[in-house]
Write a protein that binds this ligand. Sequence first.
Ligand code: ADP
Length: 447
Amino acid sequence: MFEKVLIANRGEIALRVHRACQEMGIRTVAVHSTADADAMHVRLADESVCIGPAPARNSYLNIPAIIAAAEITGAEAVHPGYGFLSENAQFAEIVEAHGLTFIGPTPDHIRLMGDKIEAKRAARELGLPLVPGTDGPVTDEAEAMKIAREIGFPVLVKAAAGGGGRGMKVAESAEGLREALQTARAEAKAAFGSDAVYLEKYLANPRHIEIQILCDTFGTVVHLGERDCSLQRRHQKVLEEAPSPAIDAADRARMGEIVANAMRKLGYRGVGTVEFLYENGEFYFIEMNTRLQVEHPITEAITGIDLVREQIRVAAGQPLGFTQDDVRVQGHAIECRINAENSETFAPSPGLVDTYHAPGGLGVRVDSGLYQGYRIPPYYDSLIAKLVVHGRNRNECIMRLRRALEEYVVGGIDTTLPLHQRIARHPDFVDGVYDIRWLEALVANRG
Ligand code: ADP
């Protein structure tokens, strides 16, 4: 096992990785920008190295500085967390080229799944059902028009290099397609440096269902059930739950097995998530994430498996030590992503946290680097905390969520806690009847 791991990230996920390492007797190295000198992950880590100024491109994306930090401190492995360099195949290669272990899949698998067009091709070969759409990139307007008519409007123009819900444009009709192509291309070029786009049928009222997988390097592949991430705003997840209220045990077992077989064929290692849209009883692959996800704690809650610990064990060459038969889904879990944003206008709200009280009690977990007196810097993602609750069943989980949200106090800044309170009390949510458009409508109706 490693003696020292460098955590190439910040915020709650850096803390999350630190916690797993501590429990395994592994020492940690935090890296940070000048803006994060007071961050909790820096305070808790055994060692810390400043890797550059506030803008992420000069610090958390600064590969030479991160490698130098690993070499100076004698770290043997690098955990990338999510976001930043976590899906950068070149970073994984550079880490390995320096004789360090990248805690994640192979660079080839990161590259394959990072290009959504290639990912869909691979998914088809691996036997996963796809959303109807183009086989490759669309470059020509006339060709796009022809394909869109074949698939049927509305269609979605998506960036091959897309992520975070960006570079996606809906075209309702032939007239709208030209503009959608142009804007999606321009957005994709600006955000991801590539203007390659493709078309997909725009599904009307799907749910977002994703399956967590975990693989060692000895051919053991397990799936850990699904997460329902349909509550989204601007294609970004807001609240997730596991299991999905829309999936039964038979579907879970069937899709889990299809995905596990695909990963076995691929020879995948570590953790990964295969994302689907689910409509009228059918699953449609949209993409695969080759990293730990923000919402991984709800899977941990219902399976009792520490995903970060397993990631580190697999990276160190250890076998999983359990099989599919050992995996049990128990109870129900919900995660709320709490952002430093106004809960009605969604305007960012960085600044001083002058009061802080986190909820606790049975079945309540808070993953956050917040503390009283902490100043949230304006340079990074607005996610400041994840509230994860677990109950023996969905009803208990929702009751527990409501009381945990009531207890939670974050003073001095605006947060999305009020939005979560609204969702947790809404009859549609309580009944589990919502799709990927439901939250957008709720937010719009506020006026
Ligand atoms: P990203 O990588 O940017 O997160 P995804 O492909 O994972 O993009 O899609 C994000 C979200 O966008 C989905 O959860 C869903 O809400 C919506 N979406 C993606 N593809 C489609 C589609 N073909 N039809 C309808 N909604 C879609």
